[in-house]
Design a protein around this ligand. Structure first.
Ligand code: SF4
Length: 327
């Protein structure tokens, strides 16, 4: 039975654009997130993929209440965050933590690992002062870091170790949901696998829900239960990870899947890559109708008439395309 911890309904995050020096007036808006509806179940990993600039990170920040939503609702554990008091928002941020792409930029270079992990425990009064040391040790062991490194600074660690510290800091507040925004993009391939395995293991052991954001489907396919594909601020396909990877339906998802390299050299030799023409349109001036139509090989006149709604396809999967029965 569905048991969502996080529910987003028609979430929009638009940034107004102003012009004029003396008489400043709003001349438009950047529709970074434009009507996203999705939910994350308890203990589920939802992969969120799309090209750079499609609105993934803005959506993550909107969920975290770091950027105010223009409209729509974000419900965490049954509470609508738009109606929460500042104290309640603080509590919600504790229940949802973020892991960022660049662990070096997200860690304070002046704090040792111990200070980095102890700080949230003290600020949120999660442990008595005499118990902080033991909890720091526990957190370091949880992410595979030797506690003897607790007095070291971020610059003394490798990229992968720094990301482990960032994950430990996120876990310090015992969150229910972790939003990992491109957590392995800045790491070497071998280290990427270690961090992905670590996140999978933590999710199983701690019953965490995870939103895993990446621009590359090959990164999310191993870790995700479901995958949501985002294009120009909208979800264009959402479904079980296996279905999305093995039988992509939306033309944009097909292009993303075709870019996934395979380990088998024979398959790799015959892999037909779908190369999309041009760049994604500007979210300041999105195209009429289907936002993907300027780059879609299947586009017809009717695709320009209206924004295609997400319609049910196979069980658990929705796709936003008016030509789904024809292509
Ligand atoms: Fe392509 Fe038309 Fe489907 Fe959009 S609605 S993805 S343009 S076929």
């Amino acid at each position: 039975m569905a048991d969502p911890i996080l529910e987003l309904t028609d979430v929009r995050t638009h940034f107004p654009v102003h012009s004029g020096f003396v008489m400043r007036r709003e001349t438009g808006s950047v529709k970074a997130v434009d009507g996203v509806t999705l939910s994350v179940e308890r203990g589920e990993v939802l992969g969120l993929v799309g090209e750079s600039g499609c609105g993934k990170s803005t959506l993550a920040r909107t969920i975290m209440q770091l950027v105010p939503a223009t409209s729509g609702t974000v419900v965490l554990n049954g509470r609508n965050l738009a109606t929460c008091s500042p104290d309640e928002i603080l509590g919600a941020r504790r229940a949802m933590q973020m892991v960022f792409q660049d662990p070096y930029a997200s860690l304070n270079p002046r704090l040792t690992v111990h200070a980095t992990l102890a700080e949230p425990l003290r600020v949120h009064r999660l442990r008595r002062p005499e118990d902080v040391d033991a909890r720091v040790t526990e957190l370091m062991e949880l992410v595979g870091l030797a506690p003897r490194f607790r007095r070291k600074y971020p610059h003394e660690f490798s990229g992968g170790q720094r990301q482990r510290i960032a994950i430990a800091r996120a876990l310090a507040l015992e969150p229910k949901v972790i939003i990992a925004d491109e957590p392995v993009s800045a790491l070497d391939v071998s280290i990427q696998a270690q961090i992905l395995n670590l996140l999978s293991q933590l999710r199983r052991e701690m019953d965490l829900s995870l939103i895993f954001i990446a621009h590359d489907l090959s990164v999310v396919k191993h870790i995700s239960d479901r995958i949501a594909v985002m294009y120009l601020g909208k979800i264009v396909e959402l479904g079980p990870a296996v279905d999305v990877i093995e039988r992509p339906r939306h033309p944009y998802t097909r292009a993303l899947v075709s870019a996934i390299p395979t380990a088998d050299p024979d398959v790799e030799r015959t892999r037909q890559r779908i190369v999309l023409a041009g760049d994604p349109p500007s979210p300041l001036h999105p195209p009429e109708g289907c936002p993907f139509h300027p780059r879609c090989a299947y586009a017809l006149e009717k695709c320009k008439a209206a924004v295609p709604p997400l319609i049910a396809d196979t069980p658990g999967r929705v796709v936003a395309c008016v030509r789904l029965d024809e292509i």
